[in-house]
Design a binder for this molecule. Structure first.
Ligand code: PHE
Length: 455
């Protein structure tokens, strides 16, 4: 985001795609996607997710990028620019990254801990039974075993990068690391195919078994889509604002979706089958999935600890580029809304992150007696953002474009720099299909929030 500032626009199409992909590819793909796929039905979840990417994901990302480029403004100002009466949509959207950043840093901290442990040669300890659980429950001894330490390390790194304006450097590095992550994912996945029993696991992940289908499959996939593609929180609007007028929007959006979805698909291909192969029914699913399965895979590999160290470092960088973009979004919003200078805005972000992040981090340990709608803090924030806030922002954005400013505003912007092959389906999606489905999702989320129904 900030990289757009120094030269005010991204250089060319590739620059835009890589920067946006840096934000999109992160823990959402590698940590969140596999555990949801495992939880919500395997192949059927994958299928639903893919259908949603090419419909909703495409329409929403295209809308946000075009909105940003058309107005040249960040999310808070972009809506106001088109209609003063509707500027509140931008403010609500800006709340989303403020709620995500704290718990994102907690999980980023878990990744940092795993990277450092593998570098330090403690790989066999990490792979020991119950290690992850003890770690997040604050049951390990010493400073290095304390999840709060790792959460703070990750948050401080993110904010230092943002404060010293070195995002450019990080993004340049990550342009090399992202393809490397992809290559490693492929290599480790191919290796995992040699582990006996993998076929059953692959079948579960790849074959859509309709008897596993439920409302939760769709809801989970939808929330994941927003999270993974960095949608419904103003981020893509801001990226659009820095995009040059001659860069083709439709093609770029398609490329970002393909990159983001490929990484998620591959992470799932590696992690989900392993639950069946290595878990033997005893593995905990849920947010710990990748942290429990991967060490077991690395344990079976020749040179596994070195490979694990490299792998977790790459995941760390993917997480860092995403967390930087989340932090930037909050800072920009604070600047636009409250006229704070950059350093003050960073200080506010630090305080929010520390307070909410501490709750999330300790929610599995000392604070585990406190739950909200039966969920520990981290799970609650994740639920609230993905099932309530993002669908709310997305539905308001679609209705705003569909009925207030009209889709022509977006269509004209797209056509300014290229074709719009999917123009007709886009209009139907943004006016009707997306709002109707999103309202259904939002209602189900609210029913869950009030305890009428459990997702
Ligand atoms: N899309 C990022 C991921 O998949 C996370 C993210 C969320 C980034 C919100 C920006 C905003 O990890």
């Amino acid at each position: 985001m900030e990289n757009g500032k120094s030269d005010s626009t991204f250089t060319g199409r590739l620059g835009f795609i890589l920067a946006a992909a840096g934000s999109a590819v992160g823990l959402g793909n590698i940590w969140r996607f596999p555990y949801l796929a495992e939880e919500y039905g395997g192949g059927i979840f994958l299928l639903v997710y893919l259908v949603l990417v090419v419909t909703f994901g495409f329409a929403l990302m295209l809308t946000e990028v075009s909105l940003g480029r058309r107005t040249g403004k960040s999310c808070i100002a972009a809506f106001g620019e088109l209609s003063q009466k509707h500027r509140a949509i931008g403010w609500i959207a800006a709340l989303v990254p403020a709620l995500i950043l704290p718990y994102y840093c907690v999980i980023g901290g878990w990744v940092t801990k795993y990277s450092v442990d593998y570098i330090a040669g403690s790989g066999s300890v990490v792979a020991g039974a119950g290690f992850f659980e003890s770690f997040i429950e604050c049951g390990l001894t010493g400073l290095m075993g304390n999840p709060m330490v790792w959460f703070i390390v990750f948050a401080v790194i993110t904010l230092l990068v943002v404060a010293f304006g070195v995002q450019n450097g990080i993004e340049r590095v990550s342009k090399v690391l992202l393809p490397l992550l992809l290559v490693m994912l492929i290599a480790i996945t191919v290796y995992s195919f040699t582990i006996p029993g993998v076929v059953d696991g692959l079948k579960f992940y790849l074959y859509p078994d309709f008897s596993n289908f439920s409302m939760s499959t769709v809801l989970g996939a939808m929330g994941q889509l927003f999270f993974s593609m960095s949608l419904a929180m103003g981020i893509m609007i801001t990226y659009g604002a820095y995009m040059k007028k001659d860069v083709p929007i439709e093609k770029s959006v398609r490329n970002i979706s393909i990159i983001d979805t490929s990484v998620a698909f591959l992470a799932g291909l590696l992690i989900v089958p392993m639950v069946i192969v290595l878990g033997g029914g005893s593995m905990n699913s849920g947010p710990g999935l990748m942290f429990e399965t991967l060490p077991l895979v690395f344990e079976t590999m020749p040179g596994g600890h070195v490979i694990a160290a490299v792998f977790f470092i790459l995941v760390f960088f993917a997480a860092l580029t995403s967390s930087i973009s989340i932090a930037e979004a909050v800072i920009l919003a604070l600047k636009d809304r409250f006229n704070l200078d950059r350093m003050k805005a960073i200080a506010v972000v630090a305080v929010i992150t520390l307070v909410l992040g501490t709750l999330s981090c300790l929610g599995y340990g000392p604070l585990d007696s406190i739950t909200i709608i039966g969920k520990p803090f981290l799970d609650f924030f994740d639920f609230f953002v993905n099932y309530i806030m993002m669908p709310l922002v997305a539905v308001m954005t679609c209705l705003f474009i569909g009925f207030v400013v009209k889709p022509k505003v977006i269509i004209d912007e797209v056509k300014l720099s290229g074709d719009f092959a999917w123009e007709k389906p886009y209009v139907i999606l943004v006016k009707w299909v997306c709002p109707v489905c999103l309202i259904l999702i939002l209602m189900t989320g609210l029913l869950d929030l009030f305890g009428v129904f459990t997702l």
